[in-house]
Design a protein around this ligand. Structure first.
Ligand code: ADP
Ligand code: MG
Length: 694
């Protein structure tokens, strides 16, 4: 047996283990429940719980937890030991069906955006049986959804599961119109590529900004960054290789399909991509991946940075969300297909996505909004804050020909009637990739590239599933009424292309020309989180989410509030960290250095000489220090005078409009000082050390 065979899935209560350990009847019933999304029979749950407990105890587990994903992009767990007391003073180890299926969580300190008042702070967690239980740190983890007693979603998983249902419902309607009666379910699949930085822990420990904010708030650009392109796909250094090896093994044990690893564009930046899976599993696995990346890094005296923009001047990190839809029979609906019939069906699903992205640009943008991602989006390294679709020249030409009713590639005019002729094969060539596009078709899937590196992929996929469900609903409503299916289908596709082609852009998204062109096309440009998050409560978007029973008005409102609140708090932490570093580290160091330089100048003068270099340095140091000092005072004043109000949007706006610009000014003075101050007195490690020391 190879190493991978030996360890893969050893910490997962997966299908193979269930088949081995559950009575045949129970196994079959559980499968039925999982496959059809049915609630679990309590009797069944007891048998499963017991088998799970026995399996876990054999592996040295002592506790269990309902593992869930609250509204702050991390995961939450509260451990309970498997013990119950006996009258004779001893204990037995128990785990009931009730404990497996439902838990109570008094999680009043988790963000809830006003959905719960503290007097009814408890929520409950409910097992998501489609995601396998697993062992982490001697604890049996049951993947769960988390709701209030009123049934409102307090987590990221609940709406994700609901959005999967919504998409499935509408996609199946369409498939039945195409005569695919064997399709009973459609599942969105996702492969999230995860980018990250690795830096030395000793250096990390000496920077308060990295400790408190996860990103550098100061730092002059080193002479060399990523200009030479010598890091991307470069040879992996031994220390990083050792980290990756251990990371893979930890992930494999958890049944996570860690597949691809490589160096990314920026120095010290890397990527890990798993093989895609059904989106709720992909989301659980990505949360675990981020947690384990951080843990494993520590064992190598490294720190894994998942911030979207840990270093100015070099690329930040994102998560490329590769998304497609599969039927229960294993057919990818975004695969162009081999027959005219399949081609027509493909074009319908393709145009459904095009319409969805155009109609709900605002929601897609909002779904990736965070303080950290604001520094990355539009930074000439990541897609801009304008959503558009890349289709590639070939597919774009086909759509153009369809719209014009003209020939494609010199064929006969009638050739492009839907459902009659086959589409030509599209090359799935990686060289044709446009890496500047936020939303790119890559042969048999779409790649949404705007997701932030530290964010949960749940929000983006909730939006993606729901908006595509909505396009499909509109299509199905029309097609189900059609007297002549084929001609209605043709007209529908052509009309959709006409109405939504403005969202297609195959050029370079990083240029100023595109920004102007996008404006001319009427596409939305939502530069900051403060602009983007309120889109969640636009009436058209509330109507969308309520229609598909994914999120209610109050759930949407709470999500927006939590996002804005997190934005304001993040900026406050960053601003206060900057003040602390300025006053307690940078200014004292520079003032000491000013003393040294002043002494050189006066010693020279005493010897009857003029040290021009020293005098001019002194002048620069003094000017910049004064500017830094007064900028710090200004920042403190702005923070002190922040209006105290419960209005999260207003608070976030003030942070964005008034605090952020002062922070950036403050940084520029400090960075200038860094460049002219003796390196040996600079109070914390600089970019060249952070980025090139591993
Ligand atoms: P690249 O960096 O060239 O875009 P990677 O191999 O790093 O490609 O990542 C591609 C990701 O897309 C992987 O996670 C892969 O499993 C995933 N993927 C491939 N096909 C599909 C699909 N049909 N649906 C969803 N994800 C897919
Ligand atoms: Mg990749």
């Amino acid at each position: 047996m190879s190493r991978i065979d030996e360890i893969f899935g050893t910490n997962v209560f997966n299908d193979r283990i269930m088949r081995e350990r559950l009575p045949k009847e129970t196994y079959r019933a559980l499968h039925h429940t999982i496959d059809n999304g049915r609630p679990l029979d309590p009797q069944l749950a007891s048998v499963v719980a017991n088998a799970m407990k026995d399996w876990a105890l054999e592996k040295g587990v002592t506790h269990y937890t309902h593992w869930f994903q609250p509204l702050n992009s991390v995961t939450a767990e509260k451990h309970d030991a498997f013990i119950s007391p006996l009258p004779d003073g001893s204990i037995i180890q128990e785990f009931s069906g009730k404990e497996l299926v439902r838990g109570e969580a008094d999680a009043s300190s988790l963000p809830n955006g006003g959905l719960r008042s503290t007097f009814e702070a408890r929520g409950y967690t409910a097992w998501d049986p489609t995601s396998y239980a697993f062992i982490k740190d001697h604890t049996l983890c049951i993947p769960t959804a988390y709701c209030s007693w009123g049934g409102e979603a307090l987590d990221k998983k609940t709406p994700l599961l609901r959005s999967m249902e919504a998409l499935s419902r509408q996609a199946v309607r369409i498939l039945h119109l195409f005569g695919r009666m064997d399709a009973v379910r459609v599942m969105p699949t996702v492969g999230p590529e995860q980018e990250y930085f690795l830096i030395d822990k000793d250096l990390f420990d000496r920077r308060s900004d990295l400790i408190f904010a996860g990103r550098t708030l100061f730092g002059a650009k080193p002479p060399k960054g990523q200009e030479l392109g010598d890091h991307f796909f470069g040879t992996i250094k031994p220390r990083v290789q050792a980290f990756m090896q251990e990371l893979n093994e930890e992930l494999w044990k958890l049944g996570i399909l860690a597949k691809t690893e490589h160096n990314e564009a920026a120095p010290s930046q890397h990527e890990m991509a798993p093989i895609y899976s059904i989106v709720n599993i992909a989301c659980d696995h990505n949360q675990l991946t981020m947690e384990i990346m951080k843990k494993v890094a520590r064992r190598h005296n490294l720190v894994c940075l998942l911030a979207e923009k840990p270093f100015d001047g070099v690329n930040g990190s994102g998560k490329h969300n590769n998304w497609s839809m599969f039927t229960n029979t294993g057919y990818n609906l975004l695969e162009p297909g081999d027959s005219p019939h399949e081609s027509a069906q493909f074009l319908l699903f393709l145009t459904a996505v095009i319409k969805a992205v155009d109609d709900y640009q605002d929601l897609l943008r909002a779904s990736v909004a965070s303080a950290g991602n604001d520094h990355r989006l539009g930074g000439f390294e990541a897609p801009p804050a304008i959503i558009s679709i890349f289709l590639g020249d070939e597919l774009t030409d086909i759509l153009r020909a369809l719209e014009a009713g003209s020939a494609y590639n010199g064929r006969e005019k009638t050739d492009m009637t839907i459902g009659v002729h086959m589409l030509p094969k599209f090359p799935r060539d990686t060289t044709d990739r446009n890496r500047t596009s936020p939303f790119a078709f890559t042969g048999n899937k779409f790649e949404f590239r705007s997701v932030g590196a530290s964010d949960s992929i749940a929000d983006a996929n909730v939006v993606l599933n729901t908006i595509v469900a909505e396009s499909l609903r509109c299509f199905a409503d029309e097609l189900e009424q059609a007297a002549d299916f084929r001609s209605t289908l043709h007209d529908l596709i052509v009309r959709t292309i006409k109405e939504h082609k403005r969202i297609i852009f195959n050029g370079n998204n990083y240029t100023d020309e595109w920004i102007k062109e996008a404006e001319r096309r009427g596409l939305l440009r939502l530069d900051s989180t403060v602009d983007a998050l309120p889109c969640y409560v636009a009436e058209k978007n509330i109507a969308l989410f309520e229609r598909h029973q994914v999120l209610s008005r109050s759930e949407l409102r709470s999500r927006m509030d939590i996002g804005l609140d997190a934005y304001a708090k993040t900026l406050k932490i960053e601003a206060e960290t900057m003040l602390m570093m300025t006053r307690r580290q940078i200014l004292p160091a520079v003032l000491r250095y000013i003393g040294t330089v002043a002494e050189s100048s006066s010693l020279a003068r005493a010897a009857g000489q003029t040290l021009v270099c020293s005098d001019s340095l002194l002048a620069q140091l003094c000017t910049n220090s004064d500017a830094l000092g007064s900028c710090a005072d200004r920042l403190e004043t702005v923070l002190r005078e922040m209006p105290r109000t419960g209005d999260t949007l207003y608070t976030a706006q003030v942070m964005h409009d008034q605090v952020l610009p002062v922070m950036s000014k403050l940084r520029s003075y400090a960075d200038q000082l860094e460049c002219i101050t003796d390196r040996s007195v600079w109070p914390f490690p600089t970019y060249d050390q952070l980025l090139f020391s591993v």
